[in-house]
Design a protein around this ligand. Structure first.
Ligand code: SF4
Length: 394
């Protein structure tokens, strides 16, 4: 297919596809799916070989958020029966993180619900970062605390944070439909603050919220412009008790096409398969490893993922390898650059809430659970790990 040959050539040269080319990937048929995966897989192997980076989530503070992000089980008014707890103590968070590191994770993502941290919260998280780094030599720590005020990114950097996550989630045009308590511009501002403070910026999206193909392409192009080092791709987990509980819009094939499009637009960036992979990709998860070079190990913030051991077996069975702590994730040209990023010719809740979409392009309406692809039985609220007395899944 000419389209795929063009996209592979551009991906190998780190050249931006056109918007029409990105849209055409989303519009390919199921008959062409394996060709699409193979093409994007060539781009993935060029920049990341067969390595898979493992990341581990620790939810420092769960639920009770005053913000109204429609996709989020921790939002204002959510009746989802998630765990609710306030800040974990540094040693509790460190203990949870250690389980992920022991499972092979090289990055720990510290997430807290809320609009953004107070300065006291930044102090708290700084102590947690120190505790984690002391216990786990060489581990990368990413903070995900919401909107940042002036100086907070710098303070987190000084405390040892390596990265900061704040997702754009959806296109600027549809942002107001999913959240009213803050704006798309607020989110862009925080990603820029993190980048400006020398933190590795991580920013991604949530697919399956009823957005059109054009919205998906818009947000991925906006991410490339923002130039994060890592781009998490979440697939909406429609939690009962949230406004998007009936949004079952994704199929495994659609999810793969979305990941392929992100890889073509952001060829040399850490593309991370995030929340919702078990629910939406299901038995096709191993194919996604040909597209992404990074996944979360084990559970998500408020939902349970497949067993950490099953993640490791899937990686090995598919012929990939877990990336070691001493291997740089990003290609040399990005490490050397003053700042990395999605597509420089040259990465929510705050994010991975993990929170579906028909296989048709341009879907913009609501579908009822019970439509093909709806698997509410696979949505499992997290009941173990951080904030509980049970061992974490790692
Ligand atoms: S995504 Fe973050 S800010 Fe929005 S409701 Fe969830 S926890 Fe709050």
């Amino acid at each position: 297919m000419d389209l795929l040959n063009t996209l592979v050539d551009k991906g190998l040269r780190r050249e931006l596809p056109t918007r029409e080319e990105a849209l055409a990937v989303l519009a390919t048929s199921d008959d062409d799916l394996l060709d699409v995966v193979a093409a994007a897989g060539r781009v993935r192997r060029q920049w990341f070989g067969r390595r898979v980076k493992l990341n581990y989530l620790v939810n420092l503070k769960s639920g009770l958020c005053p913000e109204d992000c429609s996709y989020c089980s921790q939002r204002l008014g959510s009746t989802a029966e998630i765990l609710k707890y306030t800040w974990l103590k540094p040693d509790e968070a460190s203990q949870a993180a250690a389980a992920g590191v022991a499972g092979g994770a090289k990055r720990v993502c510290l997430v807290a619900s809320g609009r953004g941290p107070t300065d006291r919260d930044v102090d708290r998280v700084s102590k947690t970062i120190e505790a984690i780094k002391e216990r786990n030599e060489g581990v990368e720590v990413c903070a995900c605390l919401g909107l940042l005020s002036e100086g907070q990114a710098e303070r987190l950097r000084e405390a040892g944070a390596d990265a900061y996550n704040h997702n754009l989630n959806t296109s600027e045009a549809t942002y107001g439909d999913i959240t009213t308590t803050h704006t798309y511009a607020d989110r862009v501002d925080t990603v820029q603050k993190a980048h400006g403070a020398g933190l590795s910026a991580c920013s991604g999206l949530i697919a399956g919220m009823g957005e059109s193909d054009g919205d998906l392409v818009d947000v991925v192009f906006a991410l490339r412009e923002l130039d994060p080092d890592s781009v998490p791709v979440n697939f909406l987990i429609p939690f009962e008790g949230t406004p998007l509980a009936k949004e079952w819009n994704l199929t495994p094939q659609r999810a793969l096409r979305i990941l392929a499009m992100v890889r073509f637009v952001c060829p040399d960036v850490e593309v991370r398969l995030a929340g919702g992979r078990e629910v939406h990709l299901r038995t096709l998860q191993p194919l996604a490893l040909h597209l992404v070079n990074s996944i979360f190990l084990g559970d998500y913030l408020t939902s349970e993922g497949q067993a950490g051991r099953a993640d490791l077996e899937m990686i090995a069975d598919a012929g990939f390898e877990v990336e070691g702590a001493d291997t740089a994730t990003l290609p040399a040209h990005r490490v050397d650059a003053a700042s990395g990023g999605c597509g420089s010719q040259g990465g929510g809740g705050c994010a991975p809430c993990g929170d579906t979409a028909g296989d048709t392009a341009g879907y913009t309406g609501q579908q009822a659970a019970g439509t093909p692809g709806a698997r509410p039985d696979l949505v499992s609220v997290r009941r173990r790990g951080a904030g509980t007395g049970l061992a974490p899944n790692a």
